[in-house]
Design a protein around this ligand. Structure first.
Ligand code: FO1
Length: 323
């Protein structure tokens, strides 16, 4: 069996925990400012599912496509210059089309599924794809074990992509379950990094705390590792001006009974973070967050282009050094 990664785990000084689009944007900035091979990005796999016989790993793919400059800039997921012949043909045949698989993207899922079926680990496959795409940071799944986010709604328990794509996040969330988290272990490289004395900073990307970060933290040993390691843990706000930058974070906060504010997110993370990057628009929350014992750094956190991604990434690193 192929072992994961050609990277030396002992050289990792920075670890990012990331979901899809927002997390990938900051990860791209981090890749520009952190010398390779010092950056590891652990992606959420709670969104993964089997569809049409294929193993789909949306957040790992969003990270991989973004960091290799291949992602579609409008959608944020999938590949740029995509064509949709496969999906059009499936439609003509009366097949399922609610989850869009582009022709080029399809190659990733087919190749990954074949390799998984042969017994290769998801982490090893991801490392291989990243090296083929010339990505220097180490992107890994938080776990190689099965992990599935399930959403409890008024209509019953539904799988993540059914909630997110098919139902367009409309059902009110009552609670979330991370199936498999009782037995899932962090992937080997992540486990080593979490216990490494070389680790300086952990960055919680501006991803959805409930749908993207919690599934990662639900894997036994990850949250404990963050608390025990001497590395500084810094979260970047996914809420700006009292609303989500992208996706359903604001709605999810409301559904679960939290106020829609950066303060609510900082409070939610308060047991394991040292610092919080707050958007300048939410300056009114700064002193309340500091009163929780969390240091605050004010910054413009909207990442519209590569320059702003790099600027935010630099700021995260400077802030971490100052703690
Ligand atoms: N998101 C959509 O809103 N609609 C889709 O049809 C869709 C297809 C898709 C295919 C491959 C892939 O890697 C991602 C895809 N996504 C799609 C994005 C994905 O559902 C979400 O962005 C994440 O799971 C949440 O981070």
């Amino acid at each position: 069996m192929q072992e994961s990664g050609s990277h030396c785990k002992h050289t990792i000084t920075h670890l990012a925990l990331s979901g899809g689009i927002g997390g990938a944007k900051l990860s791209l900035g981090l890749e520009h400012v952190i010398q390779s091979p010092k950056l590891m990005i652990a992606g959420n796999t709670g969104d993964d599912f089997r569809h049409m016989g294929l193993y789909i790993s949306p957040d790992l793919d969003t990270l991989m496509y973004t960091l290799s400059g291949r992602s579609d800039p409008e959608r944020g997921w999938g590949l740029a210059k995509e064509t949709w012949s496969f999906m059009e043909t499936i439609k003509e045949m009366g097949g399922e089309t609610w989850f869009q698989l582009g022709d080029r993207d399809l190659a990733t899922h087919v190749e990954r599924t074949n390799r998984l079926n042969k017994g290769e680990k998801l982490s090893a496959i991801t490392s291989l794809f990243c090296s083929k795409y010339g990505i220097e940071a180490q992107i890994i799944p938080a776990t190689d074990d099965p992990l599935q986010t399930l959403v409890e709604t008024m209509e019953g328990l539904i799988s993540f992509q059914n909630y997110f794509v098919r139902e367009q996040c409309k059902p009110k969330i009552i609670s979330l379950q991370f199936n498999g988290s009782e037995t899932a272990k962090p992937c080997t490289d992540l486990e080593q990094v979490l216990s490494s004395s070389k680790l300086e900073t952990v960055i919680i990307c501006p991803s959805n705390p409930f749908l993207s970060i919690d599934p990662i933290l639900s894997v036994k040993g990850i949250k404990e590792g963050l608390k025990q390691n001497r590395a500084k843990v810094i979260a970047v706000t996914p809420i700006v001006g009292g609303d989500a930058v992208k996706g359903p974070t604001a709605k999810n906060l409301r559904d679960l009974g939290y106020p829609v504010s950066a303060l609510a997110v900082a409070k939610y993370y308060s047991s394991f973070i040292d610092g919080f990057i707050l958007d300048k628009e939410d300056v009114q929350d700064a002193s309340l967050i500091e009163s929780l014992g969390i240091k605050v750094c004010l910054e413009d956190t909207i990442m519209i282009d590569l320059k702003s991604k790099i600027r935010l990434a630099k700021r995260v690193l400077d802030f971490s050094k100052s703690l």
